[in-house]
Write a protein that binds this ligand. Structure first.
Ligand code: NAP
Length: 218
């Protein structure tokens, strides 16, 4: 599959590029082509240094990456994602778009700040063409742990989406990341529950002296 990671130069984008590169053709995307190429080169070198194979990792602008992609990962902060999507709208057709975007702000502690639609995923679906299939996942996965290929993650990942085939594809991609466990979280309208868990987890970590908490349902 061709996977374009928008904002793939950032914290959690790196982890997805490293984890999926063995089986998939990865495009690291950025607002600046040079920055994307540099990050892609670094990720490839990291994999080769670890003796791991990779199908292909390249870098380009966000808009160029979307063209020809089967899956587009929105790995961009909430405060920039809607404007970014509006800027690059003509390049979307029928891709699966994965939103891991969490609208939150920090006061004393972290607070969930959803848009009027109720979740970032629903707002994103509103701005994208109707032919794009939005799936919501990975909000509670730590960027630091995802990028450490020596770690067994052992988290559950709740996946929400209205298109059953698109949701199944994202659940399969999740299973490829050892040892994440995908769980069907229902339609996209359920995304707010899992998005709102992220600031709660960060606050729990701060209050209790943990770092990089994830979710496991037992
Ligand atoms: N970090 C985590 O542990 C974690 C966990 C779960 C979910 N998430 C979600 O994943 C998304 C990315 O998080 P992150 O921590 O990886 O973010 P980040 O490192 O701060 O940013 C990721 C990339 O987004 C691009 N970007 C930044 N501001 C932008 C703007 N205003 N418009 C367009 N692009 C912009 C930048 O790429 P270029 O400058 O190269 O364009 C940047 O490298 C967020 O929505 C976050 O809520 C994060």
């Amino acid at each position: 599959m061709k996977i374009a990671i928008l904002g793939g130069t950032g914290s959690i984008g790196e982890g997805f590029a490293l984890r999926w590169a063995e089986k998939h053709d990865i495009t690291v995307c950025s607002r600046e082509a040079d920055k994307a190429v540099k990050a892609a080169d670094e990720y490839r070198d990291m994999l080769l240094d670890m003796g791991l194979s990779c199908c292909g990792i390249g870098g380009c602008t966000n808009e160029a990456g979307i063209r020809g992609a089967d899956v587009v990962v929105l790995s961009v902060p909430y405060n920039g994602v809607i404007q970014l999507l509006k800027n690059i709208m003509p390049y979307f057709n029928d891709q699966i778009v994965i939103s891991l975007v969490v609208p939150m702000k920090k006061n004393d502690l972290y607070e969930f700040t959803p848009p009027k639609q109720g979740s970032a995923a629903l707002e994103i679906q509103d701005v994208l063409p109707k032919t794009v299939k939005v799936v919501s996942a990975y909000h509670n996965v730590s960027a630091k742990k995802l990028a450490n290929l020596e770690l067994r993650l052992d988290y559950d990942v709740v996946v929400c989406g209205d298109d059953k085939d698109a949701k199944r594809t994202v659940m399969e991609l999740t299973k490829e990341i050892k040892t994440l466990h995908p769980l069907d979280g229902g339609g996209l309208s359920s995304s707010y529950m899992i998005e709102s868990l992220t600031p709660f987890l960060i606050n729990l970590a701060i209050r209790n002296g943990f770092s990089d908490l994830g979710v496991k349902f037992v």
